[in-house]
Design a protein around this ligand. Structure first.
Ligand code: BEZ
Length: 221
């Protein structure tokens, strides 16, 4: 069953969080957003992920992206777990630089298709998978990633993806494998040669391939 699809408007849900109740679209304002879910508070992989998210939070801020986490426990548990997360980072600071949604009734996890049927807590209740949703300033879903509970995510990759999403939202380019900011980008296939020449003053280079088709077009922005 399809859940949220790319381009769908992200639900404007109400939630309790570690910064109080929010309405999601108001929380985002005109910013980009990243919502990332965690299976459970006080679990090892989640703690390493949240600690990393704290360490790189300024990189998200620089890109105009508001961060928000989610796990299926209460606000009270989140506050208590936050101290462990910050302690893991060697900090005595009690709170994280972004809120955590308390989805202890799993309403949002069900609505957003985040439950992992293979992972359950000691009472047999399903846990959330490691979902990532990136939401654009138009409140539409730009990217979703779904990892199982047993595999931690890579926040450098999330920043790289956001750099690509923000660039390709502005310019008629696509980013190739392992692209990093500053490297050459690819001209999108729907642009004619004449349109590409007009749009990219630094020129377009084409890599020859056996088919003779001229679709591997690069430009330096
Ligand atoms: C963890 O965060 O370490 C974890 C949570 C649920 C299942 C497996 C690992």
């Amino acid at each position: 069953m399809p859940g949220l699809l790319l381009g769908d408007e992200f639900p404007n849900f109400d939630a309790d969080t570690t910064i109080g109740p929010i309405k999601f679209h108001d929380f985002l304002g005109s910013s980009w957003g990243i919502l990332f879910s965690h299976p459970k508070d006080f679990t090892p992989v989640c703690t390493t992920e949240l600690a990393c998210a704290c360490r790189v939070s300024e990189e998200f801020t620089k890109r105009g992206v508001k961060m928000i986490a989610l796990s299926v426990d209460s606000v009270e548990d989140h506050h208590s777990w936050s101290k462990d997360v910050m302690g893991f980072n060697g900090s005595s600071e009690g709170s994280l630089p972004f809120p955590i949604i308390a989805d202890d009734k799993r309403l949002l996890s069900v609505q957003l298709g985040m439950l992992d049927p293979d992972e359950r807590d000691k009472d047999g209740m399903p846990l959330t998978a490691r979902c990532v949703f990136v939401i654009g300033p138009d409140k539409r879903l730009k990217l979703s990633i779904l990892y199982p509970a047993t595999t931690g995510r890579n926040f450098d990759e999330l920043l790289r993806v956001i750099d690509s999403l923000q660039l390709t939202a502005q310019k008629k380019v696509a980013t190739p494998v392992d692209w990093k900011p500053g490297e050459k980008v690819m001209v999108i296939p729907s642009l004619s040669e004449a349109e590409a020449a007009a749009l990219f003053p630094n020129g377009v280079t084409t890599t020859e391939v056996p088919s003779g088709k001229k679709y591997l077009r690069y430009t330096q922005l």
